[in-house]
Design a protein around this ligand. Structure first.
Ligand SMILES: CC(C)(COP(=O)(O)OP(=O)(O)OC[C@H]1O[C@@H](n2cnc3c(N)ncnc32)[C@H](O)[C@@H]1O)[C@@H](O)C(=O)NCCC(=O)NCCS
Ligand SMILES: Nc1ncnc2c1ncn2[C@@H]1O[C@H](COP(=O)(O)OP(=O)(O)OP(=O)(O)O)[C@@H](O)[C@H]1O
Length: 218
């Protein structure tokens, strides 16, 4: 019987979260990724409870034509304003947490399908800020030098340097992230530095996964 583990994958913009998940594809153990950005987006669909609350807080200009939330309009209000972002996250983080817990429970209730075990990965840029680490067994943190993160997101998102700097400065610095990690105490955690050759990062991620699942290392 394989082991099931829930991993919280935490890291800033362009730090390598998606790359880590891709490295785990096609392995003999099962991997299910829950993406917190997507759970948040689902909360903005027409008829969802958060929609009226957000429109009441931010005004009707954040309503989309279909009756849901227009993320672009909302993003323009909250990115760059700490106070407005807090108003939004006070509404939406508890909803994302509840959706993530429900999805983890569903996955845990489903047949394992592999005697090599299962990793359930909760991928979230704000895992610790939102206290979603309460849902996981282990935390993996992707980290990269900020200058390299800037280069990567300029290239990937076709941003100029100013726009990339703005996005990076709206999140925790590496120093703040490392300090925050110290608050985890008893929860196992590991930092995955991604400013290295991709193949070296991928090898480390596979070793980490096998260790987490108590599989023999080859
Ligand atoms: C502001 C919103 C509506 C903008 O939506 P939009 O589709 O334009 O952007 P998207 O969600 O893809 O986010 C863009 C990037 O910003 C990051 N990000 C989003 N919210 C935050 C936040 N509160 N703090 C730090 N980074 C954030 C995302 O992880 C992503 O890398 C949306 O990001 C949102 O609802 N944010 C608040 C909820 C939240 O914290 N989500 C992140 C869960 S990991
Ligand atoms: N080791 C590496 N060497 C070179 N490029 C890399 C490496 N790791 C990641 N990248 C590239 O950097 C960019 C950002 O990586 P990735 O998309 O995995 O980060 P992310 O944390 O998921 O970002 P976001 O939260 O912004 O979506 C991608 O274009 C990816 O291909």
């Amino acid at each position: 019987m394989g082991t099931r583990k829930v991993i919280g994958l935490w890291g800033g913009i362009g730090s390598g979260k998606t790359t880590v998940c891709s490295a785990l594809e096609g392995q003999p153990f099962r991997v299910d990724v829950i993406n917190a950005d997507q759970l948040g987006h689902a909360a903005y669909a027409p008829g969802e409870a958060a929609v009226d609350e957000i429109a009441a807080a931010f005004g009707s200009e954040v309503r989309a034509e279909d009756g849901g939330i227009n993320r672009r309009a909302l993003g323009a209000l909250v990115f760059g304003s700490e106070a407005k972002m807090k108003t939004l996250t006070d509404i939406v983080w508890p909803i994302i947490k509840q959706k993530a817990r429900q999805r983890i429970d569903e996955l845990k209730a489903s047949p394992l399908q592999s005697d090599q075990g299962q990793l359930i990965i909760l991928e979230a840029a704000v895992l610790l800020e939102a206290s979603w680490d309460e849902l996981v067994d282990e935390v993996w943190v992707t980290m990269v030098d900020e200058a390299i993160a800037k280069e990567r997101i300029m290239k990937r998102n076709k941003l100029d340097e100013d726009a990339a700097t703005k996005r990076l400065s709206s999140q925790m610095s590496n120093e703040e992230r490392l300090a925050k990690l110290k608050e985890l105490h008893s929860l196992p955690h590991v930092v995955i530095w991604t400013n290295r050759e991709l193949s070296s990062v991928e090898n480390d991620v596979l070793s980490l996964a096998r260790k987490t699942l108590n599989l023999t290392l080859d």
